[in-house]
Design a protein around this ligand. Structure first.
Ligand SMILES: *Cc1c(COP(=O)(O)O)cnc(C)c1O
Length: 358
């Protein structure tokens, strides 16, 4: 068997120790003689797992007690609807910073429920992000929403935007746990798991408790943060296996030395790729260096007709998942926490060789 270096944007690579542990425990979890997928979410073993996920996330991300940690179903996209439904209250507008595909889709979804004020818009170019001091922010809006790392366009905020007294809401689906975050600057942070936190199915929502409880009566109760918080995110049957993998991932992150240690490695990995791209005549990345994503390195080949050969030859070296998103084309190397430095080194070496052949 060959384990390939998997640069897929999501569902993305998992650390080998996580996969091995899941394999070892698959037939018999916690000496119950059944797998974790086959036990009640009301069992004491599963309740303990859920409590562990909560406390491990709080510890790794330094989440203050005044925040609720919810584990919800329906992916990040269901949060695109849940966020305006939960946070609008008496307000009639929400601010959205459109810096790539995911924030654009979030703004589109929100416009089904509220008036959306586009505070800044770089779509579809998305090569940079306007300084937040120059955003057109409606001060009467319920919140200001941004996407911390645009997975498709490869654009990432280097620090949270400055939005005055506006409540800040962030999509961190593709970079939560990749670096320390100032939770207190935010009213809400959400992240689906299949990029940096595990497998698809579960979405982490970190939300300030005082914001809960204003959901309109005609909205679905499964999307109601207050209702979910009251039931420890078990208003309906949770995606138990995704919670289990999340738990293993959190242990793995702690084993790596935590979020700060991973942040250093992540920066190093990204630098290796951007340094190569910047020295190359073949590979091109047009993104403002300040906003280049540490998670999704998006680039094009100067000669587009070589891209297919690039992908095929990379695959023959066991470097897979490199095709860019259909919205932007080109190549995308997603290098989340789980991608070891050796994987990036192998990609850099391949890219050098490929350029020399041309
Ligand atoms: C993948 C992704 C999403 C969508 O997640 P789903 O779980 O498929 O709904 C949203 N935002 C960002 C930043 C993403 O990377």
């Amino acid at each position: 068997m060959v384990r390939k270096y998997n640069f897929s944007a999501g569902p993305a690579a998992l650390p080998e120790p996580v996969l091995i542990k899941a394999q070892q425990e698959l037939m018999d979890w916690q000496h119950l003689g059944v797998s974790v997928m086959e036990v009640s979410h009301r069992s004491k073993e599963f309740i303990a797992l859920a409590a562990g996920v909560d406390s491990k996330l709080r510890q790794l991300l330094d989440i203050p007690a005044e925040y609720e940690v919810l584990l919800l179903s329906g992916g990040a996209r269901s949060q695109f609807a849940a966020i305006p439904l939960n946070l609008l209250g008496h307000h009639v507008t929400a601010n959205y910073a459109v810096t790539g595909l995911w924030s654009k889709l979030a703004a589109d979804e929100a416009s089904r429920f509220t008036k959306v004020n586009i505070a800044t818009n770089n779509y579809p170019d998305c090569c940079s992000i306007a300084d937040s001091g120059n955003w057109q922010i409606d001060p009467e809006a319920a919140y200001t929403y941004y996407c911390d790392n645009e997975t498709v366009h490869g654009v990432e905020f280097s620090s949270p935007p400055q939005v005055g007294s506006q409540l800040l809401v962030a999509d961190m689906s593709s970079n939560l746990l990749s670096r320390p975050v100032d939770i207190r600057r935010h009213g809400l942070i959400h992240a689906c798991a299949q990029k940096n936190l595990g497998i698809s199915g579960v979405t982490v929502v970190i939300v300030r408790k005082d914001l809960l409880g204003t959901m309109p009566a005609r909205a679905p109760s499964v999307l109601d943060y207050a209702a979910q918080a009251a039931k420890q995110s078990m208003l309906n049957t949770p995606v138990t296996f995704a919670w289990y993998i999340l738990d293993l991932m959190l242990d793995w992150v702690a084993d790596q030395g935590g979020v700060s240690a991973l942040a250093e490695v992540n920066q190093l990995k990204a630098n290796k790729l951007y340094d190569l791209i910047d020295q190359s005549a073949l590979y091109q990345n047009k993104i403002d260096p300040v906003y280049r994503s540490r998670m999704n390195v998006v680039f094009h080949l100067a000669d587009k007709s070589l891209e297919q050969a690039f992908l095929e030859q990379a695959a023959s070296k066991n470097l897979v998942g490199l095709k860019g998103h259909r919205a932007v084309g080109g190549i995308r190397a997603s290098i989340y926490n789980s991608m070891p430095e050796a994987g990036v080194d192998a990609l850099v070496e391949f890219m050098r060789e490929f350029e020399q052949q041309q």
